[in-house]
Design a binder for this molecule. Sequence first.
Ligand SMILES: C[S@@+](CC[C@H](N)C(=O)[O-])C[C@H]1O[C@@H](n2cnc3c(N)ncnc32)[C@H](O)[C@@H]1O
Length: 274
Amino acid sequence: MSNVHLLPNDRIHAYLLANEPPEHHELRKLRELTRTRPDAQMQIAPEQGCFLALLVRLIGARSILEIGTFTGYSALAMALALPADGRLVTCDVNEDAVFVGRSHWARAGVAGKIESIIAPALTTLAELERAARPRVDLVFIDADKPAYDQYYECALRLVRPGGLIVLDNMLRRGEVVDFTNDDPRTVAIRALNAKIANDERVVERDGAERAGARGAACRIHAGPRPGARGIRHAWSCHGEGLGRAVPGIPARVGPRTGNGVRVRRARTGAARVR
Ligand SMILES: C[S@@+](CC[C@H](N)C(=O)[O-])C[C@H]1O[C@@H](n2cnc3c(N)ncnc32)[C@H](O)[C@@H]1O
């Protein structure tokens, strides 16, 4: 997790933030409070919260599963975008961090939408599978990187057809394209990116519509940025795009993709399930 940005420079980042919708006051307070912690870099960036909220609204999500709560910023961002009867289950092992977020969820009026489970995520996910709850619309994966592949497989079983799996840190601040980097977290993410790219459960390989396919896939295209340690990154959508699913949602920021869909730039990867 990181709230450090891979954008070309600070002015462009400031411009991007200036053109985001205003951050909800409880999100701002929670972000400012979290910034005082030594582990603050684990929190998603505000524009990522905005992107997640956009995804929630685009797919009309009513049910969300989050893996990695921390102080609850992403949970709050998504819960605010859910309808009044929407539900978000969020998992973490760190009770102290989650405690920080609870009062902000309450003050924002969304505590009733959020179920926080404190346990190793794989245990929680196994229990959710056993409980045979209705399948969720969106899964957000943002916890320990070496277990991402297991979270992804669980997510595939728990998400509904046409739902969305969103994975954070899929570029690892650019480490994925430094093949001398053998950090187990980076190695795990690199392997998962390659796996998702060829995973017929989520990817329209050639971008063509397929008979019976109900969803679409988004994935990251990344390449080295000349003269910098960071990387340039963008999104593309294939197949039935996210934007087409929900008419009337304004797509105000982001590159236009191959099929005419606009998606916000983000470091977060997303895969739509068929
Ligand atoms: C990057 S942070 C999540 C940030 C959060 N999404 C936000 O926006 O603030 C990752 C979280 O995953 C949690 N975590 C790490 N390993 C875990 C595990 N095995 N099961 C559940 N949570 C875990 C950590 O305690 C940490 O709070």
